[in-house]
Design a protein around this ligand. Structure first.
Ligand code: FAD
Length: 446
């Protein structure tokens, strides 16, 4: 499916019912799709224009919204309920397990329920030079759905926004592009768009971010199938500054994602040389690093994500800490759509209907921060890391409903569960008893 865009400056929307969406990533597309569906349900006419300069069918950085491309089980299922089934052309691999690697050993964690599957996708056309055109990007797919529902796409980068006579006026390269009744900010954190809204003075500030690293490793598909199967390889290493890293198989490429607070241009090279990483990848020169980048990652939420006729969602607002940003884009895109179509576009409407969802994600991340602090303790201690491996290893030989730590780790890293629920599970006495058993057993082995 290819995205059909209207040419620059050819479409003049009705200024009385016009919504301008800045950014056609998942948040912008989910918002537009659901707003148009809901408007049709109640017989209301709205015009939605998505301003998005990227062509998501292009390979390499030009078409890519840089990310690991893991679609959580929860999101795959939620989308299916919405009637959005990810086609085979979008899914690069179905995942049913994780292999957890540490400096002291590795352990396999299978999905708690074999029916559910995680999907891996590319956000753009794929790594630079990818061969074959039988595949489609996730962002292109979502944008196409929004366009099929009636949204218009204009390949324009918006570089300033003003409020004039009760309307929002959008500009690109010093020319006025449109007037709108509402602006939806869905521009993520990897552009300077946030500054346009900070300068409007209603209290919006750009979310705090950290650098992450992504690299695409190219190797024969057969080798990937043999080495990775249907597993994502997750690394919890004692390095300060790196929370975790993952190798995500996708056809004849493996996406390496490194998340943390101290990631720079040397991180990928150093990581690939680590002995534990080399045990997973093919022997010397068995792969090429064909693409790499250092995208920003949202790690906090601005206090004021909306005012009259302006609202921010997805990464430009709040997202889930270190996981399932695409799930958060869905939740927020839909919540904004509901507010706008059924309530209105004033500060009060957003405060009443959108803010509870926004705040819910923010509050859930507080539990996430506690859990990551605990995981930091585990990965920096040899005894605790070994105890964790031992516990998961013995759990994997038990029934699916007797795998508490495995489920906690699965839910933490797949984005399948809210952090609050993972936190509550982690308080269960059984988990602590199992861990102590693991500690004693690894001390005994020493
Ligand atoms: C390293 C890394 C790995 C990740 N891995 C995963 C993962 O595996 N699974 C997951 O669920 N989440 C993951 N995430 C999070 C996920 O990528 C984001 O949460 C998600 O992309 C947010 O969607 P969005 O639409 O809000 O923003 P984006 O995806 O960033 O989209 C914003 C869009 O706005 C456009 N834009 C920007 N400025 C302008 C402008 N001025 N005018 C017009 N358009 C503009 C951009 O071109 C872009 O297309 C990861 C993030 C990082 C950094």
């Amino acid at each position: 499916m290819s995205v059909v865009s209207s040419a620059q400056h050819t479409h003049i929307p009705n200024p009385h019912n016009h919504i301008a969406v800045i950014g056609g990533g998942p948040t912008g597309s989910f918002f537009s799709l659901f707003a148009l569906r809901m408007a049709k349900m109640i017989g209301r006419e709205v015009e939605i224009t998505i301003y998005e300069p990227k062509d998501f069918s292009k390979d390499g950085p030009g078409g890519c919204n840089r990310c690991g491309g893991i679609i959580s089980e929860l999101l795959v299922q939620t989308l299916a309920v919405e009637g959005i089934n990810l086609p085979n052309s979008v899914v690069r691999k179905g995942i049913n397990s994780y292999k957890l690697h540490t400096d002291y050993g590795s352990v396999f964690i299978s999905t708690p329920s074999l029916e559910r599957t995680i999907a891996t996708v590319y956000r753009g056309g794929g790594p630079r030079g990818i061969i074959g055109h039988d595949k489609e990007s996730f962002d292109n797919f979502l944008l196409s759905l929004a366009l099929e529902e009636g949204a218009v796409h204009r390949p324009v980068r918006i570089d300033s926004v003003e409020r004039k006579n009760g309307k929002m006026v959008l500009f690109s390269r010093n020319s006025q592009v449109t007037e709108a009744d509402l602006v939806v900010g869905a521009f993520g954190v990897n552009s300077t768009a946030g500054k346009m809204f900070t300068s409007l003075g209603f209290g919006y500030t750009e979310p705090p971010t950290v650098n992450a690293a992504i690299a695409e490793l190219h190797m024969p598909e057969k080798v990937i199938a043999e080495l990775f199967g249907n597993s994502i390889h997750l690394f919890l290493l004692p390095d300060r500054g790196i929370k975790f890293a993952a190798l995500i198989p996708k056809g004849s490429y493996v996406t390496l994602c490194i998340l943390g607070r101290k990631v720079d241009s040397h991180t990928v090279g150093t990581f690939l040389q680590r002995p534990v990483v080399r045990t997973v990848l093919p022997e010397t020169l068995g792969y090429d690093v064909v693409c790499n980048c250092l995208p920003k990652m949202n790690i906090g939420a601005p206090k004021k994500p909306f005012t009259d006729s302006i609202v921010m969602g997805g990464d430009a607002g709040s997202t889930r800490l270190f996981k399932d940003g695409l799930g958060a884009a869905y939740i927020m895109g839909k919540a904004i759509a509901k507010t706008v179509i059924f309530e209105g576009t004033s500060w009060k409407d957003f405060q009443r209907c959108y803010y509870p969802i926004y705040r819910g994600i923010k509050q859930d991340n507080l539990f996430g921060r506690i859990l990551y602090t605990v995981i930091d303790q585990y990965r920096s201690s040899k005894i605790l890391t070994r105890a964790m491996l031992k516990t998961v290893e013995s759990e994997q030989n038990r029934g699916a409903d007797d795998r508490l730590l495995s489920t906690i780790l699965w839910d933490m890293f797949t984005g399948n569960e809210r952090y609050r629920n993972v936190f509550l599970k982690s308080l269960k006495p059984k988990m602590h008893l199992d861990m102590w058993e693991g500690v004693f057993s690894s001390l005994g082995r020493r």
